[in-house]
Write a protein that binds this ligand. Structure first.
Ligand code: NAP
Length: 269
């Protein structure tokens, strides 16, 4: 796989939602794919569909990113197979619902491993090859939650997503002139399996229709943003407006608004 004529994209969390939409988009744009997540059958089905529909190569690497050894194992497997990664989409993610002290430390440690450490390590592993070849793209799927004040419930989520934004901004400076471009993609509420996995489906179903994005529009926005070298990309007019408000309102006022509304979208028990 990975003939010289075609670039290759590695997408984490490709078995559902935004990651699946990224896989379909990169394949439609002519990239070979490496798809990773824990659910093998889903990845195999998606790989087959992308091969048939778009004539690209698609490889499946099953990995649990909560395992600290997973990023290096993914890198080693691809290096051994001679697969060079040109585009990396760090997308895998979920939320840990409820208040901090009603969760176990293991839940939180796994969360940090998947949403923060694995993203930082995969970027560290794949960036040198991109720089050496003079071309690379990294999309870190963050969230509007990383740009607004922290809310009650899902305690580390906003901090993890803010980490990705700052890390991406820093890398965008460090990669100037290398041919590598990086973007932190910040969507708001998106139709996917996220809220089922997190157990907040009933809660968020009450959000008005105008608040929702599709996984396909989020992926398209992320793809266009990284190609245009935009370090931070907020998806959707309504979310751009909220982020502006969060930035320019007096901090206490913005924090108070989030505190009052946390219960509408986060499980806080
Ligand atoms: N949906 C939203 O409203 C929303 C808003 C802003 C940002 N985001 C972000 O968008 C990203 C994608 O979420 P989504 O909405 O598409 O959710 P989703 O439909 O639940 O998909 C999450 C993906 O992450 C993978 N994943 C979860 N834990 C994993 C682990 N331990 N190891 C490897 N893969 C793992 C899942 O695959 P397996 O279960 O097969 O492993 C799945 O493919 C996340 O980073 C999320 O924080 C979502």
């Amino acid at each position: 796989m990975n003939q010289i004529s075609r670039r290759c994209a590695l997408i984490t969390g490709a078995s559902a939602g935004i990651g699946k939409a990224f896989a379909e988009l990169f394949a439609a744009e002519g990239y070979d794919l490496v798809l990773t997540a824990r659910r093998r059958q889903r990845l195999e089905d998606l790989a087959r569909a992308c091969r048939e529909r778009h004539g690209v190569e698609a490889r499946v690497v099953v990995a649990d990113l909560a395992d600290a050894k997973a990023p290096q194992a993914i890198f080693d497997e691809l290096a051994e197979a001679g697969v060079a990664i040109d585009a990396l989409v760090n997308n895998a993610g979920y939320g840990v619902p409820n208040a901090y002290m009603s969760t176990t430390w293991q839940q939180q440690a796994d969360f940090i491993q998947v949403l923060v450490t694995a993203v930082a390590e995969l970027s560290h592993l794949f960036l040198p090859g991109m720089i050496e070849r003079g071309w690379g793209r990294i999309i870190n799927v963050s969230s509007v939650a990383g740009l607004i004040p922290g809310s009650a419930g899902h305690t580390l989520y906003g901090g993890a997503k803010a980490f990705l934004i700052k890390m991406t901004e820093a890398l965008s400076h460090e990669t100037v002139g290398t041919g590598v471009q990086v973007s932190a993609l910040c969507p708001g509420f998106t139709y996917s399996e996220f809220h089922d996995v997190t157990g907040t489906r009933e809660l968020v179903n009450q959000m008005p229709e105008r608040m929702w994005l599709t996984a396909e529009e989020v992926a398209r926005h992320g793809y266009d943003a990284v190609m245009a070298d935009e370090p931070i990309a907020i998806t959707g007019g309504i979310y751009k407006f909220y982020c502006l408000l969060a930035r320019y309102l007096p901090t206490g006022l913005a924090r108070g608004m989030v505190r009052r509304r946390s219960g509408e979208f986060h499980a806080q028990g």
